[in-house]
Design a protein around this ligand. Sequence first.
Ligand code: NAP
Length: 250
Amino acid sequence: MKRLLILGGTGDAVKLASQAMSLPGLEVITTLAGRTREPKAVAGAVRIGGFGGEAGLVEYLQTENIDLLIDATHPFAAQISGNAAGAATKVGIPRLMLIRPGWERLPSDNWIEVESIEGAVTAIPATAERIFLTIGRQQLAPFALLTDRWCLIRSIDPPDSSIPLPPGKLLLDRGPFSLEQECQLLRDYQIQAIVSKNSGGDATYAKIIAARELGLPVIMVQRSIVPDGDRVRDVLGAMKWLEERVTIIW
Ligand code: NAP
């Protein structure tokens, strides 16, 4: 048996684990950071929790005799991707990044593109009093500066109680969301601007279309630079990479 480690935390990682399980002679282990209270079911073995930085991941790869590593984490999970790149090089195993493409701005989009969450806070137009924050729950603290605005915060799990938040409302929900749902939400809460990460993928794209249709500005946080190395954009590409490596291994 050869052993594949998938660094998960995305829908693509879930799909990949399920498909990789069909390859004969391959054992599949997915690891999750443990941020989501009720993560989606994953095929194969699942390990939850951090490794303890790059050194911890090196030790895990060695002690668990991992042969192949696929980094299928979220495009904004930069720390673990950097650790994976360093650890795979040190251990000398093949590593692939599965990164879905970012959303592309259309001529009718009103995007304000920023490099960071902090940049998003200052880029919110002064005229926008009611903001929709769809950036997850971990990087909300900088928005606490917006004491004169009202923010609708949507996340899967509630933010940690120690995190300061701006005035507004918390909505616990998990995508995918339909265009109709998103348009209704934006109208119901009289939203005037949206803050989003450029996550890419279909599951949360409806809010971007809804903003386009309603003529709302989107403060779009751009991705950071990803490590060098083999890269594919979808599960199909990852399966091809895997099949080639599995064939070489045998
Ligand atoms: P991060 O900043 O890149 O990682 C922080 C630390 O969390 C890592 O150094 C690692 O701890 C641990 N970690 C992250 N992903 C892991 C995994 N798959 N398995 C085991 N440990 C992991 O990541 P993040 O932005 O906090 O995201 C955490 C997880 O949520 C990721 O798996 C990502 O795919 C998922 N996610 C993130 C976003 C987002 O917007 N950032 C959105 C949706 C889902 P150690 O250093 O101790 O190993």
